[in-house]
Design a binder for this molecule. Sequence first.
Ligand SMILES: *Cc1c(COP(=O)(O)O)cnc(C)c1O
Length: 360
Amino acid sequence: MARVYNFSAGPSMLPESILNRAAAEMLDFEGSGQSVMEMSHRSKVFDKIAKDTEALFREVYNVPDNYKILFLQGGASLQFAAIPLNLMNKNKKADYVLTGQFSTKSYKEAAKYGEVKAIASSKDENFSYIPKITKEDVSEDADYVHICFNNTIYGTKYPYIPDTGDIPLVADVSSCFLSEPLDISKFGMIYGGAQKNVAPAGLTIVIIREDLIGNARQECPSITDYQQVADADSMYNTPPCWCIYMCKLMLEWIKTTGGMEAMKERNLKKANILYDYIDSTDFYINTVRKEDRSMMNVTFVTPNEELNAKFVTEAAEAGFVNLKGHRSVGGMRASIYNSMPIEGVEKLVEFMKEFEEKNR
Ligand SMILES: *Cc1c(COP(=O)(O)O)cnc(C)c1O
């Protein structure tokens, strides 16, 4: 069986060792006589999986003690509404920074619940850079400031953590979760879907400072009220059991391969291999401002649309799949999340070189 290198923006690759382990445990998890897929979430066996996952997350990602880790469903997209419903609770105002499609979606969703202000945007240059935000840009009466830390579609990432003073900073980290060490204490809350870096699709993770919990708005659905979910240890209702188990395997993998520092080193190495090659030729162009380049999503174009299409087709035939850029930006995008092996990127660059030689 030949496995492909999957450069999809999500769901994405998982380490083969994890897939093999899950396969080996599929029919009988640790002598329980059941698959994790079949287990009651109230069973002792699953309760241990859930608790171990949380403890491991805290350890591996260095989550401070005064932050809750919540395991939810509904994707990052449900959080676009859950955030204002939980946190837009004092002045019913919030600041948003617009750096692409997801941040714009979250801004529009929040506008249903209060007064939202776009305090900065990079739309003027097709979201190819990250605006510099200072404390002075933040509204004094904002209940929180929302940013999208890594912009999956445009291939940009904040090279800094904005200082918002006493106003809690909330960040969508869907496409950079667990990709490098992060000083979580600088944020009021971070959140993301797991399907890019952490686990299969179906799990959403919220990490939130405890003092921000407990003042959800009256109309906030219980299922997404952080207090109620935290009080129930993320089992207010049935959690995505299988995904939580896969998340645990992923965390174990990160831990045994050197932890977050080593993860960053590998991710940076992959990104540099690609960017260095793109920068060395005028055949491929990356239009993102250099200091704002994403380590996870690398966008590039060839000299014309026809060649872009040809590239995507021929790459797929050679075993490099899902390289087509998002429909709103065109071109190509290589998503090189945690589980993409270094050799996948090296081989892609080999392919890019050959393609250039044949088509320039
Ligand atoms: C993929 C993605 C989303 C959407 O996530 P869902 O889990 O599909 O709701 C939101 N924000 C960012 C930055 C993403 O990359």
